[in-house]
Design a protein around this ligand. Structure first.
Ligand code: G6P
Length: 610
């Protein structure tokens, strides 16, 4: 949600902080701020409402320079976006903190601190933390002890970075439920919510674990675990090139990420399939033995990742003949469930830090599942570290808030997983070879789908003055329609609803008129004929249809029916290929509407709070 950056160096760090914030802006972007310890020993704090560029403009006019600093980009949870609520928060003039997460017991702490004379200037839960640390500092006399004492009183999720003007050599940081990474430099160290923020200054990182507290100095880092025992955290190198987080020639990250799909899908398959088979070791050591025992699969995810899980259910039940349930994490974690014996718990998450997904995983680990498998895009994320088995999606950093390449690489990973599982449940070698061949064809087919970009841009004009839209699909194309609708609403702010086409006459048909564009994904599968009659139902009510269909589907362009032909694809991999035109459609509608494509209003890339 919010993004944190910090640096301890010999050089002025304000440029590093600003660049870090720009790179974290995808996490939250309603206000931004920084606090730097200046040469005269004072703290200079700058905070601006709006994007990081507003803060950058401000500090250009009002320099905020020094070798020790913390910075923050905010996505409001407690208190509206305003300068007063923006981070860093201070207690007095000497202590400043930035915080990502939510403090659940902030109300009672706030009342107690007010009774002791602390004055609050914001509506945030974070301000409670800074006053609490100040209170403890008055007793302990040093920041490290003060932070340790303060966090013992907090309930909730947090990553914190703390700076004190009287201790100019270090930052104190900690994490509990929100991500925090330490960047290792030469004679300098950095901290951030995400390693992407620090790529211009280092490629070596240490990931803090839940409950860790760390003292960050120029020449070294000391880390303690939850029990206060000194611990080492391994230093890992960032795998992807630094350019992977740059827009390159593309106008938006989202478009760049859409176009990267042939390449990253190839990367996701690499080393996992031969020309005819899924490799025994594709899912890591021990996975094959485990899959032999699995009788049910429980998939948990949020947002786009949930849609990937919905598609996978069709594959798992069809190819492996194993029962599969899919549920959004925020619902699953708060209800009682019946767990069948030998159920595999499968979490899907691009970031690996989504609060609800992590909470569901942590519950599951106590609940008697056979094992927990994660499908994730971020190495070192909490989900990856806490799962028994992991399939990395190799999509590379995804910056656009609307997820694109993460989704299709999740689907590829899920299909490989399904084949590995199905092999233990009677999938024939021929069927496996047929689907693996279809996987190999994907990069080329996606290139073909991308070639429709210009035509889709034309088609998108029909949407700019519309307020509502319907997306239809059947079978595994229903979740593809859901994902298409999510993309459109996320970035163009047009209300979009997805329906399984067979449900049309049970309600949504009442909404259909010439003002309601209806988008349909129609590969040439066994449900095509049924889908065609659903389309007739729409046409009969004057609805304008936008159909993405297989060339062989014999759907003809005619008044009120726009047909975009998608080259023929295997029915199993069709959900992956048909996702592309819907991504492009929402992208072009958003560009025409002039919305902020990469950072749509009110949303955040990584939802690390509940
Ligand atoms: C947010 C993002 C979505 C994403 C969802 C789940 O809502 O804006 O793009 O699908 O979180 O995130 P995850 O990282 O768990 O896949």
């Amino acid at each position: 949600m919010c993004g944190i950056v910090g640096a301890v160096s010999e050089r002025d760090v304000h440029g590093i902080l600003l660049e870090g914030l720009r790179r974290l802006e995808y996490r939250g972007y309603d206000s931004a701020g920084m606090a730097v310890r200046q040469a005269d020993g004072s703290i200079n704090r700058a905070r601006e409402v709006g994007k990081v560029s507003a803060l950058a403009d401000f500090v250009e006019q009002n320099p905020c320079k020094g070798p020790l600093g913390i910075a923050h980009t905010r996505w409001a949870t407690h208190g509206e976006p305003s300068q007063i609520n923006a981070h860093p928060h201070m207690s007095g003039e000497r202590l400043a903190i930035v915080h990502n997460g939510i403090i659940e017991n902030y109300q009672e702490l706030r009342e107690a601190l007010m009774a002791e004379g602390f004055e609050f200037t914001s509506q945030t839960d974070t301000e409670v933390v800074v006053h609490l640390i100040e209170k403890e500092y008055r007793v302990a006399g040093n920041v490290l002890q003060a932070v340790r004492a303060a966090i013992a009183q907090l309930r909730g999720a947090y990553a914190l970075a703390v700076l004190h003007a009287d201790e100019p050599d270090h930052l104190v940081v900690c994490r509990e439920g929100s991500p925090l990474v330490i960047g290792v430099g030469i004679g300098e160290h950095f901290i951030a919510s995400d390693q992407l923020a620090l790529l211009p200054v280092t490629d070596r990182f240490m990931f803090l674990e839940e409950g860790d507290l760390a003292d960050i100095r120029r020449d070294g880092v000391t880390i303690w675990d939850r029990e206060g025992t000194p611990v080492e955290r391994v230093v890992t190198r960032f795998e992807h090139g630094i350019d992977s987080a740059d827009k390159g020639e593309f106008r938006h990250y989202m478009l760049k990420e859409i176009y990267e799909q042939p390449k990253v899908i190839k990367a996701t398959m690499e080393g996992r399939i031969t020309d005819r088979r899924v490799l025994e070791q594709a899912l890591g050591t021990g996975a094959n033995e485990l899959l032999a025992d699995v009788r049910h699969v429980q998939i948990i995810a949020c947002g786009t990742s949930y849609h990937a899980g919905m598609v996978a259910r069709y594959w798992i039940e069809e190819l492996a003949g194993i029962a599969c349930s899919v549920e959004v994490a925020s619902e699953y974690r708060y209800r009682k469930h019946v767990i069948q014996p030998d159920t595999l718990f499968l979490c899907i998450s691009q970031s690996g830090e989504t609060a609800d997904t992590l909470a569901a995983l942590r519950q599951a680990k106590q609940a008697g599942f056979r094992a927990a498998l994660a499908i994730c895009n971020v190495p070192g994320s909490s989900l990856v570290r806490e799962s028994d088995l992991v399939i990395m999606t190799h999509a590379g950093p995804e910056i656009g808030v609307a997820s694109t390449k993460a989704f299709t690489t999740q689907l590829v990973s899920l299909l490989i997983f399904t084949l590995a599982l199905a092999r233990h449940n009677g999938l024939s070698e021929e069927r496996e070879a047929d689907i693996v061949t279809a996987l190999h064809q994907l990069p080329g087919q996606i290139d073909d789908a991308l070639a429709l970009d210009g035509k889709i841009a034309e088609l998108s004009r029909a949407f700019i003055d519309k307020n509502h839209s319907l997306f239809l699909g059947r079978g595994a194309m229903y979740p593809v329609a859901m994902e298409g609708a999510l993309k459109l609403k996320e970035i163009s702010y047009i209300h979009a609803e997805a329906y399984p086409a067979g449900e049309l006459k049970h309600g949504p048909l009442a909404l259909v008129d010439s003002e309601m564009p209806v988008v349909t994904v129609a590969p040439n599968n066994e449900l095509l004929e049924k889908l065609k009659s659903n389309l007739e139902e729409v046409r009969a009510r004057g609805g304008e249809l936008f159909v993405f269909a297989d060339g062989d589907a014999e759907l003809k362009e005619q008044p009120g029916i726009h047909v975009m032909q998608i080259p023929g694809v295997h029915s199993i991999t069709a959900p992956i290929v048909y996702t592309l035109p819907l991504q492009l459609l929402s992208y072009h509608v958003a560009v025409l509407k002039g919305t902020d494509v990469d950072q749509p209003r009110n949303l955040a890339k990584s939802v690390t709070v509940e």
